[in-house]
Design a protein around this ligand. Structure first.
Ligand code: SAM
Ligand code: SF4
Length: 352
């Protein structure tokens, strides 16, 4: 196995070690986990510049010939479902709406995979114009990232004044049937005071809100454990406006813990990605926009599936690489370890 340095994560060429791997088509790892949830990043470009994710100037552009094409993405997604036991696919980025061929990617996957749930994580900017076409192409549902319903606060956090476009996108998606709509909010000190207003807005709009602890995946490397807002602080802030009753997790591999709001039926979820251990239940496998398989958000070990794909490899060759990449997935992110080093790629370059 050779490791090639590219100013990006170390890309592994050749076949990963298969030592001890059981003979199963599924994406199993050494710790007994099985990856069934595929996250596909389709671009590094974005219409926003959230401070916890992107640098102000945006990410360096991926050269066009290094980006996976429509047909390549469809081939890999179909293969993951048919050969590797993937049950669910989510398109992400960067901002997936920045790709003009998003509808074609969705339609291509849907044509081959009539029963596989296809979802998207989006910032919602410009979604109002495309929600119906995406639903018609076969997209099932969306998660929208929205951290605050305060216009000035939104503009400060995302470095763009686009809150109205996000509101319009969420409403259009709801009308197009891309439901249930989940809203993701990253816990930041700047927006904590508006968390209760965001929850009230989501309840009124029929969206399911989930807060996520900020992870050390910002491009500016400013994350500090001592500065992050924890799930406990959020619960205290929400508790001043709402009566919250814990109801546990939706299912074992869903990282959000749910609370019933004011006796229900509305709930709010919290993903304590830093303060509570959840790697043991992780069922994700990732594909980056430039064609690397990644087994974990925090691991810089990447496998170059684009090179294999473009070398006229068979589906069986690609499947073997993917299985090996996941077999070597590590146990956990290690954020709490004294020697923790954040990964080279920021969240927008991996695909959250
Ligand atoms: N642009 C789309 C969006 O914002 O939904 C998709 C890509 S974005 C990288 C995917 C998710 O990652 C978003 O919900 C975003 O809030 C989350 N995210 C980005 N940076 C993060 C960080 N440092 N910690 C936790 N979540 C983060
Ligand atoms: Fe763009 Fe999403 Fe990152 Fe915000 S979180 S900068 S919307 S990729």
């Amino acid at each position: 196995m050779t490791v090639v340095a590219m100013g990006m994560p170390a890309v592994r060429t050749g076949l990963p070690s298969m030592d001890g791997r059981p003979d199963t088509p599924q994406l199993v790892d050494r710790f007994g986990r099985v990856a069934r949830d595929l996250r596909v990043s389709i671009t590094e470009k974005c219409s926003l510049r959230c401070t916890y994710c992107m640098p102000e100037e945006g990410l360096p552009a991926i050269p066009a010939d290094e980006l996976l094409s429509t047909a390549e993405i469809v081939r890999l997604v179909v293969l993951a479902v048919r050969e590797l036991g993937v049950h669910e696919v989510r398109f992400t980025g960067g901002e997936p709406l920045m790709r003009r061929d998003l509808e074609q990617i969705v339609a291509g996957c849907r044509a081959e995979l009539p029963d596989t749930p296809l979802a998207m994580t989006t910032n919602g900017v410009g979604l109002a114009h495309r929600a119906r076409a995406l639903a018609a192409a076969g997209l099932d549902r969306i998660n929208v990232s929205l951290d605050t319903v305060d216009r000035e606060g939104f503009a400060r956090l995302t470095r763009r004044d686009r809150l109205d476009s996000v509101f319009a996108g969420i409403r259009a998606a709801s009308q197009a049937g891309l439901t249930p709509i989940k809203v993701n909010a990253v816990l930041m000190r700047e927006t904590l005071g508006g968390a209760a207003d965001l929850l009230r807005w989501c309840i009124e709009e029929g969206c399911e809100l989930r807060f996520i602890e900020e992870m050390p995946l910002d491009a500016d490397h400013e994350w500090a454990r001592t500065n992050m807002i924890t799930a406990a602080e959020l619960l205290e802030a929400l508790g001043t406006r709402f009566a919250l009753t814990p109801v546990g997790r939706e299912d074992p591999s869903a990282p959000a813990e749910l609370w019933q709001v004011d006796g229900g039926p509305a709930t709010v979820g919290i993903i304590a990605s830093v303060t509570r251990k959840f790697c043991g239940d992780c069922d994700r496998t990732r594909l980056t926009a430039d064609g690397r398989i990644r087994s974990c958000l925090f691991s810089d070990q990447e496998y170059d599936v684009r090179a294999v794909l473009r070398s006229d490899a068979s589906d069986a060759d690609i499947a073997t690489l993917w299985r090996g990449a996941m077999w070597n997935k590590w146990a956990g992110h290690g954020i709490d370890a004294a020697d923790f080093v954040p990964p080279e790629r920021s969240m927008g370059a991996i695909g959250g």
